[in-house]
Design a protein around this ligand. Structure first.
Ligand SMILES: [Zn+2]
Length: 201
């Protein structure tokens, strides 16, 4: 198993990668990676951190209930979503961005309940997708300021959409995940490209 420092470094690389594209401006977004599954421990970005200047020593460790077990800062208000994704998807890393593509499309397609991505070669960057002839349905959830309360809804939605690689929160941003921080970054890059393709067309 990699050390906490190695996992924290991976979380920082994921966060900086997203920041370099402008997908997590103004301290928005949050990122995590699994440290251990039994007991459940996550390395996660602290609330309010500049993702472009993030360092491994700032990364917090939390338990399966979202309590901080390493570090002194506060974890993100959206920690409960990270834990729901790890439980429902056995993900090794979770990425959350506030990109304009995600925000605008989540509003434009809210009535449909999802953004549909299909026909693009870039779909093959998503885990398990082997052809452009793939339909990726990205569900859209309504925004809230109480994710502790809404986390069971997130988990239910994930279990009801077992093939989804991501979801959007209306007017807010995108969540995606991967087996590790590198795969989570690949998924963010692919999904941002696909959302932009849909948005521009
Ligand atoms: Zn957010």
């Amino acid at each position: 198993m990699p050390s906490f420092e190695e996992i924290a470094t991976g979380v920082c690389q994921l966060a900086r990668g997203c920041h370099s594209h402008g997908w997590v401006p103004a301290t928005s977004g949050n990122f995590s990676a699994v440290v251990s599954r039994e007991p459940r421990r996550l390395a996660i970005t602290p609330s309010g951190a500049d993702k472009g200047a993030l360092e491994p020593k700032q990364i917090l460790e939390i338990d399966g209930d979202g309590r901080v077990v390493r570090g002194t800062d506060r974890p993100s208000a959206e920690t409960a979503i990270h834990l729901a994704i790890v439980r429902a998807r056995a993900a090794g890393a979770v990425a959350h961005t506030h990109s304009l593509n995600a925000v605008l499309l989540s509003d434009a397609f809210a009535a449909e309940g999802a953004v549909t991505l299909e026909g693009f070669e870039m779909l093959k960057a998503l885990d398990g997708v082997t052809s452009h002839e793939h339909t990726e349905r990205v569900p859209i959830l309504e925004n809230t300021q109480d994710w502790e309360k809404a986390a069971p809804d997130v988990e239910r939605m994930l279990r009801a959409n077992p093939k989804a690689h991501a979801f959007l929160i209306r007017g807010h941003g995108m969540y995606t995940w991967g087996r590790d921080a590198r795969e989570a970054l690949r998924h963010v890059e692919a999904l941002e490209y696909l959302l932009e393709a849909v948005g521009r067309s």
